[in-house]
Design a protein around this ligand. Structure first.
Ligand SMILES: [Zn+2]
Length: 291
């Protein structure tokens, strides 16, 4: 079985916690070798670190997500620097050598389009774009200084993101635009700056055909695959692992649906699954693993 790589998920999420042992078994059963597990706020960084200590599948990544910018503490910069230090127990392990930054980014959707009663945003102060920008640029600069793999989230702010990336120091290894959903016309410009693009199985939803078609045209050497689990469910007909019931909201995407996502992307691109899997492994190693 060729190894699979989840370029972006949130295994630390509390909704997955009661099912964690089974999830790790399921990930092994479909051949997932590594998943980049993205912290999003200061309070979930310790949980990401604990998961990484417990499972070699987990590649920990730390960042302040744009949704969480408004609730950051006055010490967030120092806390992030501390989180990015490798844990003493992992020193010497090749996968721990490289700190990873993310999930960071810009989000105008929460300001302009999110419903006021969206339960995912309960308790969050929605930081205006200028404040998100300041926090994003500080984190991007930290990543550029260390040439750390960096995972970027963007919704409804593709123009501002491009303008910032163009004039900022960036990691020379490139960076990930996770679940890229921007305009097709901007792909070449982002790619020239070092962007990689991760396909999410949620783009198989019939109302998202623009995105599934977009991923048939992306350059093969910049392509990755992700679940964003527990977010972004696949259409139920494509899911191989049923969604997980949660106590307080929508069903959670099972991270082992990564395998079904690879399969669907290979079909979309008219590529053999083996060819795609080999290419994605090369891309993943170049972006996330090689020091
Ligand atoms: Zn995410």
């Amino acid at each position: 079985m060729l190894p699979l790589y989840d370029a972006h998920n949130h295994l630390q999420d509390a909704r997955l916690a009661p099912h964690r042992a089974q999830i790790l078994t399921d990930l092994a059963s479909v051949g997932v070798r590594h998943a980049v597990v993205n912290g999003t706020c200061e309070s979930d960084w310790p949980e990401v670190a604990a998961l990484a200590a417990a499972s070699p599948v987990v590649l920990p990544s730390y960042g302040l997500h744009p949704w969480d910018v408004g609730n950051r503490s006055p010490d967030w910069q120092q806390n992030l620097r501390t989180a990015l230090q490798p844990a003493p127990a992992s020193v010497g392990l090749p996968t721990a050598a490289l700190a990873k930054v993310g999930e960071i980014g810009l989000d105008r959707w929460i300001l302009d389009r999110a419903r006021p009663d969206d339960s995912r945003l309960a308790g969050l102060r929605r930081a205006p774009l200028a404040e998100q920008t300041e926090v994003f640029l500080w984190q991007l600069d930290l990543a550029a200084q260390g040439n750390f793999p960096t995972s970027i989230h963007c919704l409804d702010a593709w123009g501002p993101l491009f303008d910032l990336l163009r004039v900022s120091k960036r990691p020379t290894r490139g960076f990930l635009l996770h679940a890229y959903s921007g305009p097709a016309e901007m792909v070449t410009g982002f790619a020239d700056l070092g962007a990689h693009f991760s396909f999410n199985g949620n783009f198989l939803e019939p109302r998202k055909t623009r995105l599934s078609e977009l991923y048939t045209t992306l350059p093969a050497d910049r392509l990755l695959v992700e679940t964003d689990a527990p977010a972004m469910r696949l259409p139920p007909a494509v899911e191989k692992f049923p969604a997980i019931a949660t106590h307080d909201g929508p069903l959670a995407n099972h991270p082992a649906n990564l395998a079904a996502t690879y399969q669907a992307l290979a079909e979309l691109r008219g590529t053999e699954l083996e060819t795609l899997t080999t290419q994605v492994a090369e891309n993943f190693q170049r972006l996330f693993l090689i020091c």
